[in-house]
Ligand binder design. Structure first.
Ligand SMILES: [Zn+2]
Ligand SMILES: [Zn+2]
Length: 112
């Protein structure tokens, strides 16, 4: 083994961005002749996979509204219901439940 394979390929040190007025020093590992801000593509490629997974991972959920219980997929971790309709119905059901609990707990006062 010569070790040549382990040496990362470099493109020269001390180069600057080809875009006029930028003047950013280029990384020796940057194959293009513009900085990351102006080129971007070579960096985009490297981070693309990780970024995509972190931001837009679809997950299977079950609708939190009991009467629906439908399975749906979403990229929003905060989403609980399959649709706005279910969200509204669940909200109304909760309000009704609270109201009923309140009337049951409160003894009926009779005016004397
Ligand atoms: Zn630049
Ligand atoms: Zn639903």
């Amino acid at each position: 083994m010569t070790g040549a394979m382990l040496k990362p390929r470099t493109y020269g040190v001390g180069r600057i961005c080809a875009v006029k007025g930028c003047g950013t020093r280029l990384s020796a590992y940057n194959p293009s002749d513009v900085c990351a801000l102006h080129g971007g593509a070579w960096q985009e490629e490297r981070h693309h996979g990780a970024r995509k997974a972190a931001q837009r991972e679809e997950m299977a959920r079950r609708c939190a509204f009991d009467l629906c219980g439908r399975e749906f997929t979403t990229t929003n971790p905060a989403r609980k219901y399959c649709s706005d309709a279910c969200r509204m119905r669940a909200f109304q059901a909760r309000v009704m439940e609270a109201r009923r609990a309140q009337t049951e707990a409160t003894p009926i006062r009779r005016a004397s």
